[in-house]
Ligand binder design. Structure first.
Ligand code: IPE
Ligand code: IPE
Ligand code: MG
Length: 240
């Protein structure tokens, strides 16, 4: 295959290992989260340079709400700060910014910042950066199922439509509607699990688990991940 065809359209990162990175340096966990923002910046640049069209990052899972309150507060504060400080540059570089997740659980002040960043960048098309925040794959599938239930209850015709729906018909009900499924999901820090990430959308994603801790995952590591992806043979159940 031509090398250009081997660039994934959508790369997704499970950013893990911030706490361990900080601990190795005798610092508080939040220090690792701050340093992790630098890695996000580096990956955005690398994605633009390599022609990746969608970069998504798992920033906070629904389960992460169960962390100590001080860490949750620190992370939420960091989200606001990072969005406020990065958005102008992202916008001028043609990045469309999106947040996906259970936003009902986010503070109104954070939701306001998110909305204004999404509005400001909505017509950009160089790269779409998606932050999965208060997200879980099971939550996403459940909220889609609830939307479908509501539709089915609306009228006999709607019920018929729902009952005759095929697999692709489910996609528009997911929180990721309109976004192509991830071609490559990378998890840092040596853990080999999805931790409730894109369960539906990741059905045929290539998975890459690397030992690097997230704050050490920069441009070079991003480009190595793309090289690894280029070697994969995606068969989708068929015989090649
Ligand atoms: C990833 O780093 C960031 C979030 C999950 C919010 P962790 O905070 O999970 O770091 P480790 O896994 O404890 O090292
Ligand atoms: C997964 O990391 C969630 C994010 C990266 C946001 P965790 O550190 O929360 O995952 P577990 O608990 O090790 O599975
Ligand atoms: Mg972790």
């Amino acid at each position: 295959m031509e090398p250009m065809n081997r660039i994934p359209v959508h790369v997704s990162m499970i950013m893990d290992g911030n706490g361990r990175w900080a601990k190795e340096r005798g610092k508080e966990r939040i220090y690792g989260h701050f340093e992790g923002v630098e890695s996000v910046r580096a990956c955005v640049e690398a994605a633009v340079e390599t022609g990746v069209k969608y970069l998504s990052i798992y920033a906070f899972s629904e389960e992460n709400w169960n962390r100590p309150q001080a860490e949750v507060d620190g992370l939420m504060e960091l989200m606001v700060k990072a969005m406020a400080s990065e958005m102008e540059k992202l916008n001028s570089n043609g990045v469309r910014f999106m947040v996906i997740g259970n936003r009902e659980r986010l503070a109104p002040s954070l939701n306001q910042v998110i909305d204004s960043c999404m509005d400001m960048t909505s017509s950009n098309d160089t790269l779409t950066l998606i932050v999965f925040l208060s997200y879980s794959g099971k939550w996403d599938i459940l909220q889609a199922a609830k939307k479908l239930a509501r539709k089915a209850a609306a009228s006999e015709a709607d019920l018929e439509e729902v009952m005759s729906m095929d697999i692709n018909g489910f996609d528009p009900f997911l929180a990721t509607a309109g976004i192509p499924d991830p071609d490559l999901i990378v998890r840092t820090s040596g853990e080999s699990r999805l931790s409730n990430y894109l369960l539906w959308q990741g059905a045929y994603s290539e998975l890459l688990f690397v030992d690097t801790l997230w704050p050490d995952f920069r441009k070079e590591e991003f480009k190595s991940a793309l090289s690894e992806y280029a070697k994969r043979d995606r068969r989708y159940g068929k015989v090649k």
